[in-house]
Design a protein around this ligand. Structure first.
Ligand SMILES: O=C[C@H](O)COP(=O)(O)O
Length: 256
């Protein structure tokens, strides 16, 4: 059975001291996680070493960066390479978040290079995809998401795909309080799984975790995570308070 994952994405929030306290509170009240359930803290770069030190002795809990550069090293002032993350004990990196696509002009071709850089450094990739409201209103979201996957991750080998988690995040649901309905999430996740099956075969398709992101909170997480193709969530705002995040983690533990 594929993994269920609840990954927090703190975005550009919290000081290191605040982040340290949040991780501590979550770990203190963390429910028991079976090997098929995973919790990830996606922190700003500055927090990563602290979060790695705090979580290193807790099974099935890991740390993700929110970005990495597409080159392994070089004269790229202000950037962080995937190898640096790996050497610091970080296990995963979020690539292709819609906020980076929008504010940092990251397109599918650049994201493909970032995915390659992350996998070359033995990082697990949480690859984000998802459509804008215009695309949803035009009912072309399936083709749009399929193109994102095609152009950024479908050059990978089957072996590499085993190191990728997909996060479907409809842009119109991010930070808006307007969650995709469980049916909308399930429809898209089933579509993504179908596309994966066509490209990589049934086994890889069934093994790949597909997370939902966009105004997911404790009150709707059980319904979302009960969908057969929704394998957890990538959580923004509700990952910033221990009680909210723990509520979503409990939802994961209570489903499947
Ligand atoms: O990466 C997380 C997503 O952007 C969701 O953010 P949100 O939970 O604040 O809507």
């Amino acid at each position: 059975m594929r993994k269920q994952i609840v990954a927090g994405n703190w975005k550009m929030n919290l000081t290191v001291t605040e982040g340290q306290a949040l991780v501590q509170q979550v770990l203190e009240q963390l429910p028991e996680l079976s090997a098929q359930k995973q919790v990830i803290f996606g922190t700003p770069f500055l927090h990563l070493c602290q979060a790695v030190a705090q979580t290193k002795d807790t099974a099935n809990v890991g740390v993700a960066a929110q970005n990495c550069h597409h080159q392994a090293s070089g004269a790229y002032t202000g950037e962080i390479a995937a190898g640096m993350l790996q050497a610091a004990g970080v296990q995963s990196v979020i690539i292709g978040h819609s906020e980076r696509r929008m504010y940092n002009h990251e397109d599918n071709a650049l994201l493909a290079k970032k995915v390659d850089a992350a996998l070359a450094a033995n990082l697990h990739v949480i690859f984000c995809c998802g459509e804008s409201l215009d695309i949803r209103d035009a009912d072309t979201q399936n083709a749009f998401v399929e193109q994102q996957l095609n152009e950024s991750i479908f050059h990978l080998s089957a072996e590499q795909m085993a190191q990728v988690t997909i996060a479907y995040e409809p842009i119109w649901a991010i930070g808006t309080g307007r969650t995709a309905s469980a049916a909308q999430a399930q429809d898209m996740h089933a579509h993504i799984r179908g596309v994966l099956a066509a490209k990589y075969g049934e086994s890889i398709s069934q093994q790949t975790s597909i997370l939902y992101g966009g105004s997911c909170k404790a009150s709707n997480a059980v319904e979302l995570f009960s969908c057969p193709d929704v394998d957890g969530g990538l959580i923004g705002g509700a990952s910033l308070l221990a009680d909210d995040f723990l509520g979503i983690i409990r939802a994961m533990v209570s489903t499947r």
